[in-house]
Design a protein. Structure first.
Length: 439
C-alpha cells in the first residue's frame, strides 16, 4: 500500500469576518451529479436551544470525575459513547414529536401529539445521565430542575416529560452492558521491529475495541488495510518525512506548522465535546439540532471504536520508537537516530491508524451528507494555543489532521491518510441507514 503524498495546500480556511447563520439542511443529501457550483453553508450560533443546553450539561457530566464510581460508565467514561447515547435519546424523543425523521432506535408508546419537544429532550437527556452517572448528579440535577421548572406548565409539558422518560429508559436498556467493563489481560509490549512499545502497563483506550457499536455490525467492519511493510519504499518515505518534520530539532518544519500541531494536542475529551457542541446551537429548530448532533456523535463514537480496534489489531510502533530503532527495521533507506525525539508528547497507544484523522474524516463526511455540500464553514478552538481555526470545506479539518500529527512527531502519514478513510467509511454507512426522513 502506498500512502497518499499529495501536498497539504491551503487546508486552513481564512477566518470569516462576518458569519451568517443558515437554516440546517433537513435532508441527508449526497453531492455530485450537477455542474452547478456547490452552495456555501456558513454555520454560526443562533442562540441556545434545548439540545445545546443538554449537550453542555452532558459534556460537563462526562468530563467531571466523581468521588465514587459505581457504574461501568463512571469507571470507564468514554465521552464518545456516552455523548452518543445522550444524543440518540434526545433525537428519538424529539423526532417522535416532530414527525419528520425516522427514529434511530426507539419508537415510544407515550402519546406524542402536542407534547413539548423541550420537555422531551430534557427528560431524555436527564434520564440517560442519571442512569449512566448516578454519582455525578451535581453536574445535572440542578440543571434539570431549573430547566424543567421554567417550561410552561400544562399538558404539553407533561406529555413531553413522559415521552422523554420512556425513550431514556429504552436507550439505557439498549446500551446496557456495552462491553466497556471487559476484563483485559495485562498488556505486554512488543519488542520486535515495528511493534508498539507502551510507556506503561496500561496503554490508553485499550478497552474501547470491546464496546458495542451504535451502527456498525462489527467493530472491525471498516478496519484500515494496514501500514506498509517495514522494508518497503513507502515506509521509508513516511518514516523519513516524520523524522524531518516531527523532531524536537527540525530545519524542515515552519513555525506555522508547529502551531498547527500544537492546536490539535488538547486532551480529546474536552476539546472534542466543546467543539462538536458548537453545531447544536446553529439552528433554532430543536428537531434539526437533535438530528444533527445524534448523527455527528453516532459517527464519532463508531469511528473511534473502529479506529482503536485497528490500532490494537496491528499494534504498530510510533515514530518515538521507530526512528531511534531504524537500524532494526530492515530498510536500507532509513537511518537510526538515537537522539531523535518528537517535538510534542506522543499519546500512549499504537500508531496506526491515527485517531484524530479517523474522527476528522468522520465529521467531514457527516457534514457533507447532512448539508449536501462540501462548502460548510465552521470553526474549532484550542485551549493549548488559545486560537480559533476556521474551516471552509468539509475536507479541510481532515486534511489538516493528516499533517498536524506529522508535524508533532506522533504519526506517519500513511496512518493519517488511512484514518481519514476509515472515518469517512463509517459516516457513509451511518448516513445510508439512519436519520432519514419518514416515508
Amino acid at each position: 500500500m502506498s500512502p497518499n503524498f499529495r501536498s497539504f495546500a491551503n487546508a486552513i480556511a481564512t477566518a470569516v469576518a462576518t458569519a451568517t447563520a443558515v437554516t440546517l439542511g433537513l435532508g441527508l443529501a449526497s453531492c455530485g451529479g450537477s455542474d452547478d457550483p456547490e452552495p456555501t453553508v456558513t454555520l454560526a450560533s443562533t442562540g441556545p436551544n434545548a439540545v445545546s443546553y443538554w449537550n453542555d450539561i452532558a459534556n460537563k457530566t462526562v468530563n467531571t470525575a466523581a468521588a465514587a464510581s459505581t457504574t461501568p460508565e463512571e469507571q470507564r467514561p468514554s465521552y464518545h459513547v456516552d455523548l452518543a447515547t445522550v444524543h440518540v435519546a434526545m433525537y428519538d424523543a424529539v423526532s417522535a414529536i416532530d414527525g419528520r425523521f425516522k427514529p434511530f432506535a426507539i419508537t415510544p408508546t407515550a402519546p406524542a401529539a402536542g407534547a413539548s419537544m423541550d420537555a422531551a429532550a430534557s427528560a431524555a437527556a436527564y434520564g440517560v445521565l442519571r442512569a449512566l452517572f448516578p454519582n455525578r448528579s451535581a453536574s445535572y440535577q440542578a440543571a434539570y430542575d431549573s430547566y424543567v421548572a421554567a417550561l410552561p406548565a400544562g399538558d404539553a409539558k407533561t406529555r413531553g416529560l413522559a415521552l422523554g422518560d420512556e425513550v431514556a429508559a429504552a436507550v439505557v436498556r439498549l446500551r446496557a452492558n456495552d462491553g466497556r467493563a471487559v476484563v483485559l489481560a495485562p498488556y505486554v509490549s512488543g519488542t520486535a521491529p515495528g511493534q508498539f512499545r507502551s510507556a506503561n502497563p496500561t496503554p490508553f483506550n485499550r478497552f474501547v475495541p470491546s464496546i458495542r457499536p451504535f451502527s456498525m455490525t462489527r467493530v472491525d467492519q471498516f478496519r484500515a488495510p494496514g501500514p506498509p511493510a517495514l522494508d518497503s519504499a513507502a515506509y521509508a518515505v513516511a518514516s523519513n518525512e516524520s523524522k524531518a518534520f516531527g523532531g524536537t530539532v527540525s530545519t524542515a518544519r515552519t513555525a506555522e506548522q508547529l502551531e498547527i500541531a500544537r492546536f490539535h494536542t488538547e486532551t480529546p475529551s474536552p476539546y472534542i465535546t466543546r467543539n462538536l457542541g458548537r453545531f447544536a446551537s446553529t439552528t433554532t429548530d430543536v428537531a434539526a439540532a437533535a438530528r444533527l448532533m445524534a448523527f455527528i456523535y453516532v459517527v464519532h463514537a463508531d469511528a473511534i471504536t473502529a479506529c482503536f480496534e485497528a490500532k490494537y489489531f496491528y499494534g504498530t510502533w510510533r515514530p518515538l520508537s521507530a526512528i531511534p530503532l531504524a537500524d532494526t527495521d530492515g530498510n536500507a533507506a532509513t537511518v537510526a537516530d538515537a537522539a531523535w525525539t518528537p517535538v510534542l508528547p506522543t499519546p500512549n497507544h499504537p500508531e496506526y491508524p491515527a485517531a484524530h484523522s479517523c474522527t476528522a474524516g468522520g465529521l467531514g463526511e457527516t457534514l457533507r451528507r447532512y448539508y449536501g455540500t462540501r462548502n460548510v464553514v465552521y470553526s474549532f478552538d484550542s485551549l493549548v494555543t488559545g486560537t480559533t481555526r476556521t474551516y471552509a470545506t468539509t475536507d479541510a479539518l481532515s486534511e489538516e489532521s493528516q499533517v498536524a500529527r506529522l508535524y508533532g512527531g506522533m504519526h506517519f502519514r500513511f496512518a493519517t491518510v488511512d484514518g481519514v478513510t476509515l472515518g469517512t467509511d463509517v459516516a457513509r454507512w451511518v448516513a445510508e441507514r439512519h436519520f432519514g426522513r419518514r416515508n
